[in-house]
Design a protein around this ligand. Sequence first.
Ligand code: ATP
Ligand code: MG
Length: 249
Amino acid sequence: MKQEPASIILSVRGLETRFGSHVIHHELDLDVQSGELLVLFGGSGTGKSTLLRALIGLDRAAGGSIEFEGESVEFQSERSWREVRRRIGYSFQNGALFDSLSVGENLEYPLREFTRLSADERRKASDEMLERVGLPGIRSLYPAQLSGGMQKRAGLARTLMLDPTVILYDEPTAGLDPANTKMMAALMLDLKAQGRTGILVTHDVPCARMVGDRFAFLQDKKIAVIQTRNELEAAADPRLAAYMQGDIA
Ligand SMILES: Nc1ncnc2c1ncn2[C@@H]1O[C@H](COP(=O)(O)OP(=O)(O)OP(=O)(O)O)[C@@H](O)[C@H]1O
Ligand SMILES: [Mg+2]
């Protein structure tokens, strides 16, 4: 059977990022297929979070180009980044809830910023989302009153409020117990089943195996390897295999 070519939702070419003179990415290319869940592995400090942040302009790239849904992102234009950030949700490594706002206010924050929904509509939407991530009835609690697992789920819930097309997951299961890890994996699979594209940065190999369609490895400032699940199972690239077996950091 002839396979349809996958459509590319996000295309990165020649990306260069640096902090001062410290070059993090150099000539990095990456194509993300629409609807896939792409796992991004790589040792600590290789620039996985920086890459996710660069995709939405939180860390500004020093060079290269990004196309999202066939349109070039204008690196110099705050308006262009705002549009990207409306469609690409970033679930931060630490949840990144605002400490001084209740959970409900946290979830409603993006709606205030990007939509014209009324207070009632915002409340209804945030209650529904809390229900969906398995946290019903906690809207009036503050982040400090939540466990780590709850904070991560509430953070993801906030990311989902604007109904993003692409979701960037930065270590969503780090520090979670097995039950919460399972719940987070189920949530990622659920979002994938709804057709959302995801990029998952993680050191959690079992979780990645559970949800990933393709597996990329960031090394030497670029995407050194990228394999589909089938390719990985048939003949894993030695660098990916070593990383997944814990032989390299
Ligand atoms: N705001 C910043 N200012 C200066 N250097 C930074 C900044 N953010 C990250 N770096 C540096 O960039 C490099 C890549 O960091 P990054 O957080 O992207 O790594 P990572 O692959 O996500 O690591 P981890 O797996 O530990 O989360 C590191 O050397 C880090 O020290
Ligand atoms: Mg990181």
